[in-house]
Write a protein that binds this ligand. Structure first.
Ligand code: 5GP
Ligand code: MN
Length: 336
């Protein structure tokens, strides 16, 4: 954001406003952490604030301060639509295109509010009035911290905000492991801890609250993993019946796609899940192999260089076969 834009946003937020924060479908730790981190800051500035998610999210995120105030669009479409319509300001967090939030996006597009996008995905669409978009940032939560700092309000980050933003950064960096984790990331998290973020609590609440079913599903999925060593690639596929057998709950497969990358030499991993209406696909890579490009080109998706997703409307077997058949085309890049 330019200096002039910062002044305009400061001015905009200097009087009490009705603000809506929206984030992407199937919200993850960064989506909820950034949204609720911003929420807890904005209510301290005395705004009227609502957080709207397209649909539900895992229980391991439901301890974040402000969670009880979140409105799920899929549960309350009319109420959510009304709130979006009446908003003065809409923050769009952790997504780069309105179609990523489906019906919520339709409402946001129609709304007269001033729109502010804060995001770290590649190729953002220009639908917002103000944009803080940085593909090098490890997480949207880190950008929310930067945004609050740019507005000169760092002192308003309280324990609640800090816990949310910390959880978002922690989850999107896979516990400070991935390449976008920078010195700045550690500076920000240090300041969040100083502001009251409980780092070990965040870890315990998110990673040590698994159901027995989830851990057993992990074991089952790892047994099923297929390695395609000639391409340095691997995949896991789970049918609706298999998911049901383990009492699948939203979030149970979160992180599963990363495991094949821990096998020496594997640089490209895919996870195929048979959901009610579509095959939900996750891609992860290590190094320069661009899964964003791959997901965009072949599976109507997108994301980041090393983490992307997509979907397909075919049978599970057909999608897996399509994936395997695409690999020879990428062999050179995968073996580099
Ligand atoms: P995940 O595999 O965790 O669902 O998604 C990984 C990353 O890819 C996330 O940053 C997510 O926003 C993005 N992503 C997932 N699915 C899609 C999709 O269908 N379209 C686009 N454009 N991005 C996606
Ligand atoms: Mn994110």
């Amino acid at each position: 954001m330019t200096h002039q834009e910062i002044i305009e946003v400061q001015e905009l937020l200097s009087t009490r406003k009705s603000i809506v924060i929206v984030t992407h479908k199937n919200p993850d730790g960064d989506a909820m952490g950034s949204s609720l981190g911003l929420y807890n800051y904005l209510i301290r500035k005395k705004h009227r604030v609502k957080v709207i998610t397209p649909n539900g999210y895992p229980t391991f995120l439901q301890w974040l301060p402000g969670d009880d105030k979140v409105i799920e669009f899929s549960e309350h479409p009319e109420k959510a639509e009304k709130i979006i319509k009446k908003a003065d300001v809409i923050f769009c967090l952790d997504f780069n295109a309105l179609r990523r939030i489906e019906e919520v996006g339709v409402c946001v597009k129609k709304a007269k509010a001033t729109k502010i996008l804060i995001d770290h995905h590649l190729q953002p669409e220009k639908f917002a009035d103000y944009m803080l978009s940085d593909k090098r940032a490890c997480s949207t939560s880190q950008l929310v911290f930067d945004f609050i700092e740019l507005l000169g309000d760092k002192k308003l980050i309280n324990k609640k905000s800090a816990n949310c933003l910390y959880a978002g950064i922690m989850t999107d960096t896979l516990n400070f492991r991935i390449g976008t984790t920078s010195a700045h990331t550690h500076h920000v998290t240090a300041q969040l801890i100083e502001a009251g973020a409980q780092n070990t609590l965040a870890y315990t609440n998110i990673f040590d609250t698994n159901s027995e079913n989830r851990v057993r599903l992990l074991g089952y999925a790892l047994q099923k993993m297929t390695l395609l060593k000639e391409f340095n690639a691997a995949f896991i596929s789970l049918s609706a019946t298999e998911l049901k057998k383990f009492g699948f709950q939203k979030g149970d497969t979160e992180g599963l796609v990363n495991y094949p990358l821990s096998v020496e030499g594997i640089r490209f991993s895919a996870l195929f899940l048979q959901m009610k209406e579509e095959i939900k696909i996750s891609f992860r890579s290590k190094g320069n192999y661009d899964v964003n490009k791959f997901a965009r080109k072949h599976f109507s998706g997108g994301g980041h260089l090393n983490a992307a997703g997509g979907e397909a409307h075919k049978t599970l077997d057909e999608v897996v076969t399509d994936f395997v058949n695409l690999l020879p085309e990428y062999k050179d890049q995968l073996l580099k």
